[in-house]
Design a protein around this ligand. Structure first.
Ligand SMILES: Cc1cc2nc3c(=O)[nH]c(=O)nc-3n(C[C@H](O)[C@H](O)[C@H](O)COP(=O)(O)O)c2cc1C
Length: 195
């Protein structure tokens, strides 16, 4: 009986939407299920106007891990990176706020900012913002590395039948102010609508 109650409590926690806490421990990503790679490649597409529900912590954990999660004991990732610099950082904007993903701790850390980002979601569940530190990588390689991360997200979203769009057209100066980085370090964005 005790075990039954705990499993209900745990399931409830994982289905919870993002809270306004400063540090949010994410659940372990789900790494099984979905469709085959060939099916996902066949169905992958861009949806230019993305709409979606508020994402659960599990949904956020899953898409972040697919994007650029750690897969090996030496810290290597789902996406390759030139010279293994692993320079792509991911920030997540939801209706609850702006967070930076710590892939090693599997945590979201809230970004305190006075920048108004309320116009950035446009009905989507989340906006992923891909940045890098220009001391860690050349801009040319960072662009390519970011493309691999974006394709991972496209394929994962396809397996979940979530609409998404990779965005070159983003407000880089505004996002850079919010994330306290250089405008040129903001690479691309991705809007996702979860169901
Ligand atoms: C580097 C890059 C930048 C893009 N920027 C935008 C964008 O700003 N807005 C948008 O609606 N779609 C954007 N897209 C999505 C493309 O329009 C889309 O991939 C293209 O129309 C092909 O459609 P598909 O992804 O369904 O194959 C971008 C795609 C790439 C690769």
């Amino acid at each position: 009986m005790k075990q039954f109650v705990w499993s209900i409590v745990l399931a409830g926690c994982l289905a919870m939407p993002l809270m306004a806490d400063d540090e949010i421990r994410l659940p372990a990503p789900q790494k099984s299920g979905g469709m085959t790679l060939l099916e996902a490649l066949s169905q992958r597409k861009t949806t230019h106007r993305v709409q979606g529900a508020e994402p659960s912590l599990q949904q956020i954990a899953n898409v972040l891990w697919a994007a650029n999660g750690i897969t090996r004991p030496d810290g290597k990732r789902t996406a390759p990176s030139a010279m293994n610099r692993q320079e792509i950082e991911i920030a997540v904007l939801t209706a609850q706020g702006l967070y930076e993903w710590d892939e090693e701790e599997n945590e979201l850390e809230r970004v305190e900012t006075t920048v108004d980002l309320s116009d950035q979601l446009r009905g989507a569940s989340m906006l992923l913002i891909f940045t890098y530190d220009d001391e860690d990588q050349s801009p040319e390689y960072a662009q390519v590395d970011c493309g691999f991360v974006g394709q991972n997200v496209y394929l994962y979203c396809t397996t979940q039948q979530w609409p998404c769009v990779f965005l070159g057209s983003i407000d880089r100066p505004k996002l850079a102010r919010a994330l306290d980085c250089k405008t040129a370090e903001v690479l691309y964005g991705m809007r996702i609508g979860v169901r």
